[in-house]
Design a protein around this ligand. Sequence first.
Ligand SMILES: [Zn+2]
Ligand SMILES: [Zn+2]
Length: 115
Amino acid sequence: MLGSVRAGSLYEVRCETSMCGFKTTLGIGGGRLFDQASGYCWKCGKTASVTWKREQEKSPLHLKFWDALCGRMREVFTCPTCKGPFVMIEQIEDMKHCPKCGKTSLKTKLTVMYD
Ligand SMILES: [Zn+2]
Ligand SMILES: [Zn+2]
Protein backbone atom coordinates (compact mmCIF):
# COMPACT_ATOMS: atom_id res chain seq x y z
CA MET A 1 0.00 0.00 0.00
CA LEU A 2 1.16 3.49 -0.78
CA GLY A 3 1.09 5.94 2.10
CA SER A 4 -1.85 6.41 4.35
CA VAL A 5 -5.42 7.17 3.43
CA ARG A 6 -6.08 10.84 3.84
CA ALA A 7 -9.53 12.18 4.34
CA GLY A 8 -10.85 15.60 3.65
CA SER A 9 -13.09 17.76 5.76
CA LEU A 10 -15.80 20.19 4.90
CA TYR A 11 -16.13 23.24 7.10
CA GLU A 12 -18.86 25.76 7.52
CA VAL A 13 -17.38 29.24 7.95
CA ARG A 14 -19.48 31.99 9.44
CA CYS A 15 -18.71 35.57 10.44
CA GLU A 16 -19.99 36.58 13.85
CA THR A 17 -19.87 40.32 13.30
CA SER A 18 -23.42 41.59 13.35
CA MET A 19 -24.61 43.03 10.02
CA CYS A 20 -21.82 41.24 8.15
CA GLY A 21 -23.52 37.93 7.47
CA PHE A 22 -20.61 36.34 5.62
CA LYS A 23 -21.05 32.59 5.34
CA THR A 24 -19.42 29.97 3.19
CA THR A 25 -18.27 26.36 3.10
CA LEU A 26 -14.71 25.27 2.56
CA GLY A 27 -13.30 21.83 1.82
CA ILE A 28 -9.83 21.10 3.16
CA GLY A 29 -7.83 18.19 1.84
CA GLY A 30 -8.72 15.71 -0.80
CA GLY A 31 -10.15 12.23 -0.76
CA ARG A 32 -8.78 8.81 -1.49
CA LEU A 33 -8.63 9.29 -5.25
CA PHE A 34 -8.30 13.01 -5.61
CA ASP A 35 -6.53 15.93 -4.01
CA GLN A 36 -7.99 19.35 -3.59
CA ALA A 37 -6.94 22.94 -3.12
CA SER A 38 -9.46 25.39 -1.72
CA GLY A 39 -9.30 29.04 -0.95
CA TYR A 40 -11.20 32.25 -1.19
CA CYS A 41 -11.35 34.09 -4.48
CA TRP A 42 -11.65 37.74 -3.61
CA LYS A 43 -12.63 38.70 -7.13
CA CYS A 44 -15.53 36.24 -7.28
CA GLY A 45 -16.47 36.89 -3.67
CA LYS A 46 -16.75 33.20 -2.92
CA THR A 47 -14.71 30.13 -2.13
CA ALA A 48 -12.89 28.55 -5.04
CA SER A 49 -11.57 25.03 -5.26
CA VAL A 50 -9.79 22.87 -7.77
CA THR A 51 -9.35 19.11 -7.68
CA TRP A 52 -7.02 16.75 -9.46
CA LYS A 53 -6.35 13.03 -9.44
CA ARG A 54 -3.73 11.95 -6.91
CA GLU A 55 -1.32 10.55 -9.45
CA GLN A 56 -1.39 13.71 -11.55
CA GLU A 57 0.47 16.98 -11.23
CA LYS A 58 -1.16 19.64 -9.08
CA SER A 59 -3.27 21.57 -11.44
CA PRO A 60 -3.80 24.32 -12.30
CA LEU A 61 -1.00 25.52 -10.04
CA HIS A 62 -0.38 29.21 -10.60
CA LEU A 63 2.70 29.86 -8.46
CA LYS A 64 4.38 28.97 -5.22
CA PHE A 65 5.94 31.46 -2.82
CA TRP A 66 7.31 31.69 0.68
CA ASP A 67 5.08 33.69 2.94
CA ALA A 68 7.02 35.63 5.56
CA LEU A 69 3.84 36.21 7.56
CA CYS A 70 3.39 32.58 8.43
CA GLY A 71 6.83 31.22 7.53
CA ARG A 72 5.48 28.63 5.14
CA MET A 73 5.32 27.96 1.45
CA ARG A 74 2.00 29.06 0.04
CA GLU A 75 0.52 27.73 -3.16
CA VAL A 76 -1.55 29.82 -5.50
CA PHE A 77 -4.05 28.16 -7.80
CA THR A 78 -6.22 29.45 -10.63
CA CYS A 79 -9.86 30.13 -9.85
CA PRO A 80 -12.00 28.04 -12.22
CA THR A 81 -14.57 30.83 -12.48
CA CYS A 82 -12.58 34.00 -13.17
CA LYS A 83 -9.15 32.47 -13.92
CA GLY A 84 -7.71 34.78 -11.28
CA PRO A 85 -5.36 33.57 -8.54
CA PHE A 86 -6.39 32.35 -5.10
CA VAL A 87 -4.19 31.25 -2.22
CA MET A 88 -4.72 27.69 -1.06
CA ILE A 89 -5.92 27.37 2.52
CA GLU A 90 -4.10 24.36 3.90
CA GLN A 91 -5.69 24.28 7.31
CA ILE A 92 -8.89 25.87 8.46
CA GLU A 93 -6.94 27.95 11.03
CA ASP A 94 -5.52 29.90 8.06
CA MET A 95 -8.95 31.36 7.44
CA LYS A 96 -8.59 34.10 10.02
CA HIS A 97 -10.01 37.24 8.52
CA CYS A 98 -13.50 37.63 7.21
CA PRO A 99 -13.22 38.51 3.49
CA LYS A 100 -16.24 40.77 3.77
CA CYS A 101 -15.70 42.88 6.90
CA GLY A 102 -11.98 42.17 7.50
CA LYS A 103 -12.44 41.33 11.17
CA THR A 104 -11.10 38.20 12.84
CA SER A 105 -14.57 37.14 13.80
CA LEU A 106 -14.91 33.95 11.79
CA LYS A 107 -16.26 30.83 13.41
CA THR A 108 -15.64 27.51 11.74
CA LYS A 109 -17.49 24.27 12.23
CA LEU A 110 -16.62 20.86 10.84
CA THR A 111 -19.63 19.55 8.99
CA VAL A 112 -18.59 16.55 6.88
CA MET A 113 -15.62 14.21 6.65
CA TYR A 114 -15.17 12.47 3.35
CA ASP A 115 -12.69 10.12 1.76
ZN1 LIG B 1 -12.60 33.79 -9.06
ZN1 LIG C 1 -17.46 39.58 8.47
